[in-house]
Design a protein. Structure first.
Length: 185
């Protein structure tokens, strides 16, 4: 299920929760990750909200139960009408500096200990089996060819970075907005 592009939270923070984004998309109906939720107070200083629309609730519940057992960062889960489920995590204490740098758009300053948690490679966008360096690593390592491409197509990139600062509106979970997007698909 696709509801717009991946948020920056999904790209750069969700892997830090020890969650494989591609795996939870295919198995559990993961939609996107967010920094905040409209109308809700943050349960901690560095929250990450994950929105799902599980295709099958029994296996999803097993996933949630396993998260509560194995992932010390999970704080809460709740659902919305229409089959939506939100899991709320506290970003790992050891990587709080990464979270703060993420908010500022300082991707190239992520700690060397954090970078290996991000995907290293992704399949070619044309569907071929050619493996490319992941978007996340191209941003963090400021790959020159990637920078040149970004300069051609984007005008809101920081001078010393090659990816935009997270747009808080886009990084905020608004369930009504998500429902509207789904109804248009």
């Amino acid at each position: 299920m696709i509801v717009g592009k991946s948020t920056n939270t999904t790209l750069f923070l969700v892997p830090g929760l020890s969650i494989n984004v591609e795996d939870v998309k295919s198995k559990y109906g993961f939609i996107n990750g967010f920094l905040k939720e409209t109308g809700k107070d943050a349960p901690c200083k560095y929250p990450v909200y994950l929105l799902f629309m599980p295709p099958e609730f029994e296996s999803f519940q097993e996933f949630v139960d396993k998260e509560y057992k194995d992932n010390t960062g999970i704080l809460a889960d709740y659902d919305y009408a229409g089959g939506f489920v939100v899991l709320v995590y506290k970003f790992p204490t050891s990587f709080e500096r990464v979270y703060r740098r993420f908010i500022k758009g300082e991707y190239s300053k992520f700690s060397p200990e954090y970078v290996p948690l991000l995907p290293a490679y992704e399949k070619s966008p044309d569907g071929s089996n050619v493996v490319n360096m992941s978007l996340q690593l191209m941003v963090i390592f400021k790959v020159p060819a990637f920078i040149a491409t970004m300069e051609e197509i984007v005008d809101d990139v920081l001078a010393d970075e090659c990816w935009s600062i997270p747009d808080i509106k886009r990084e905020t979970l608004n369930i009504e907005s998500i429902r509207k997007k789904l109804n248009k698909q």
